[in-house]
Design a protein around this ligand. Structure first.
Ligand code: FEO
Ligand code: CA
Ligand code: CA
Length: 697
């Protein structure tokens, strides 16, 4: 990394307001550069697109965007090629060109965490497709957060969209939007309650705002914005009360039976769904992550400590309206054992029953992504997103059946119900450049239907999977988020989002695969910014039991000497980047990384970044977009041959002050305040499509 001022620009000159809020508690833009924040100077707008002021003058505010309008504009930012490298750069179309791929763009610069806008590259525009509360069915009530209503919410798009995929039908004019809804922010969704009846209705509405949505899409032509179809034949909502069928060896075991379900085969609902994956056979996988926050439980019960279950009131308070969320009550002790799985949803069959696959283990699943080897072997890669938890692999017992016949699909729909479960152990040595090379082994937990963990039955391994992984001495990781096999090379990319406790008192210290301890290195570096590991299976086989690996990226602000960053050997400038979370690939094999961590890490808004993996541009991080204040960038979908990128903008505005949050509810009058008039005006989690601007519009 060069040490001169890199002239990184201020937030892009042309942006669309998304949240429209001023967070006074936010720090001003801080670029951390050695040039003493020269880069904080306003940058001239080189774009021919309307300026922010012009756009704002048309009153296309966040409220217009996300509450009631459509969107248009874009942002100007970094030069396409850094001046000192321009002479050496190949022409567009060459794999070594930084813009290689169908979706060339000029990277935006880092955007301050206080910028309440969705920022996209110059020449691009964004359009909201679906927002929290949008009616999905013909009989859906209109969105009205001033009157929380559980039945209405069941018929509307849920809250906090995270995993996302856009499945395009063969003719290209219709498709399906598949999206989960991780959790809720009731303080900015609904006004405070004043009666017990109101409180009960709010809690039930919040349960209905969780889960999953399948929504039909349509458009006039390819490369045009999608619109959702209200009342589409395949539209569905899954909530915290939808019946799911348990599959696999632990289904029906005494570890998952309850008074309400003595068969142990039907669990009600899914929640805490974080990331996911789309299978080659056209289903969606979604990871049940922080399920512990929904329960009251006996802290002495088996698994409570390891899974973070306590006997204090739950985070979400659902035990007030449904006793199954209080596992200390008679008959409900096993209710928490029915969450923490990978769920599979068939979006093409509206009558299908969603399933939870116990064979894939129970932990705080971030998600699961499938690789099908040439011989039909099916592997699912999975992370447990908790500090010092583990990386897992599931290998299906049966081989994938190719083709589109009904018989092949029926066969493939059973692939995740039976197979072998492994957990990773890494070994290796630290290198001065941070790349760190090593070997690894997949330690078996279940093989051929038999437990490989002394003293634990198969059912116990699959319900208390963390205990099983502890017993075989897996490697404690820095919070594995998305784990995705590359669609072309088969290499596996592991996003370790951060771990600010590695090396602290009583915690594991650094190792080769998690090389940054907290404040114990001479450099004072910490793993507050996370890293990405690149894994190559032995002989590149999905079913291999050993692998090699290297550190691909050590995130952070490369201009901060205290932070040891590494960008796959790339030594040109990159934008500060922190906390990798969701991963995606484009059609030429570039990695795209969505982040979740600002502003606590580098004081920049979260965003979406392209990272070439091959050739001279390997490791050259280029930012594509930034999300508004407090939001996390989720569910990136890159349809570059269709000129489109999709993101799920999650929890915008969730950290705002009490005064800001109360300002969303004009009807709510705190004691001592005068009534105001007007509609609710809070932020709405939104699925957004980014496309190239077209002159004809
Ligand atoms: Fe919900 Fe692992 O982030
Ligand atoms: Ca995540
Ligand atoms: Ca995260």
């Amino acid at each position: 990394m060069t040490s001169d001022c890199q002239e990184l620009p201020t937030p892009s000159a042309v942006q669309l307001p998304m949240l429209g809020l001023t967070h006074g508690k936010r720090s001003p833009v801080t670029c951390h550069l050695k040039c003493d924040s020269q880069c904080a100077r306003p940058e001239p707008n080189a774009s021919t697109e309307p300026t922010f002021a012009e756009v704002a003058g048309r009153q296309l505010t966040r409220r217009a965007m996300l509450v009631g309008g459509s969107a248009l504009a874009a942002a100007a930012a970094l030069p396409a090629v850094w001046p000192q490298q321009a002479a050496a750069h190949p022409k567009p179309g060459h794999p070594d060109h930084p813009g290689h791929g169908p979706l060339a763009f000029t990277p935006i610069g880092p955007v301050g965490a206080e910028v309440d806008l969705l920022t996209v590259p110059n020449g691009y525009q964004w359009t909201p497709i679906l927002r929290w509360g949008d009616p999905l069915f013909a009989n859906s009530p209109a969105f009205d957060p001033s009157r929380p209503n559980a039945r209405a919410q069941q018929l509307q798009f849920g809250y906090n969209n995270d995993y996302l995929d856009i499945l395009v039908d063969p003719r290209g004019r219709t498709g399906l939007l598949c999206c989960n809804h991780e959790y809720t922010n009731r303080n900015i969704m609904f006004p405070p309650t004043t009666t017990a009846e109101q409180e009960a209705e709010v809690l039930k509405a919040l349960m209905a705002a969780h889960g999953f949505s399948v929504v039909e899409l349509e458009r006039r032509a390819t490369k045009q914005p999608w619109r959702y179809v209200r009342g589409g034949r395949r539209n569905r909502r899954f909530t915290a009360n939808t019946p799911f069928r348990l599959t696999g060896p632990a289904a029906g075991s005494k570890l998952v039976t309850t008074a309400a379900d003595p068969s142990g085969r039907t669990a009600l609902g899914t929640f805490g769904n974080c990331s996911g994956g789309t299978t080659p056979w056209g289903t969606i996988l979604s990871g049940e992550e922080n399920f512990n926050g929904y329960f009251v439980a006996d802290p002495a019960a088996r698994g409570s400590k390891r899974y973070g279950l306590t006997n204090t009131p739950s985070v979400y308070g659902w035990e007030q309206v449904d006793p199954r969320f209080d596992a200390t009550k008679p008959g409900y002790a096993n209710e928490p054992h029915r969450f923490g799985y990978i769920v599979e949803i068939d979006p093409y069959d509206p009558s299908s029953t969603p399933r939870k696959h116990t064979a894939m283990g129970r932990f705080k699943h971030e998600g699961a992504n499938i690789r099908v080897d040439n011989d039909g072997t099916v592997a699912a890669y999975m992370g447990d997103d908790e500090r010092f938890d583990y990386l897992y692999k599931f290998v299906a017992k049966r081989k994938h059946r190719p083709g589109k016949s009904a018989e092949a699909r029926r066969h493939n729909l059973q692939l995740l119900t039976e197979g072998d479960l492994y957990v990773a152990r890494f070994s290796g040595t630290q290198r001065p450049d941070g790349a760190n090379l090593g070997r690894g082994v997949w330690l078996p937990l279940v093989l051929d239907g038999r437990s490989q963990v002394p003293g634990m039955s198969v059912e116990e391994v699959l319900v208390f999977t963390r205990e099983a992984a502890d017993a075989v001495k897996a490697t404690p990781m820095d919070r594995c988020e998305d784990v995705q096999p590359h669609p072309k090379s088969g290499k596996v990319y592991v996003a370790c989002t951060n771990n600010t406790q590695r090396g602290t008192a009583g915690k594991p210290g650094a190792d080769a695969a998690n090389p940054r301890p907290t404040s114990t290195q001479p450099t004072g570096s910490t793993n507050k910014d996370g890293h990405v590991i690149e894994i190559t299976e032995h002989r590149n086989r999905a079913g291999a039991t050993t692998f090699s690996w290297n550190i691909l990226l050590l995130w952070g602000d490369p201009t901060d000497e205290k932070v040891r960053t590494y960008f796959a050997g790339w030594d040109g400038p990159v934008a500060p980047i922190s906390c990798p979370d969701n991963l995606a690939f484009d059609s030429v094999g570039n990695l795209w990384v969505a982040t979740d961590g600002a502003p606590s890490t580098i004081e920049k808004a979260d965003g979406l970044f392209k990272v070439p993996l091959e050739g001279r541009q390997r490791g050259h991080v280029q930012q594509f977009l930034a999300v508004p204040t407090d939001a996390e960038t989720c569910g990136p979908v890159v349809h570059d041959t269709d000129d489109s990128v999709f993101v799920a903008v999650q929890h915008p505005g969730e950290d705002g002050s009490w005064a800001e949050q109360r300002s969303y509810f004009p009807d709510f009058v705190p004691a001592g305040h005068r009534p105001r008039k007007g509609a609710w005006r809070g932020p709405r989690p939104t699925v957004v499509q980014v496309t190239r601007q077209r002159r004809s519009r």
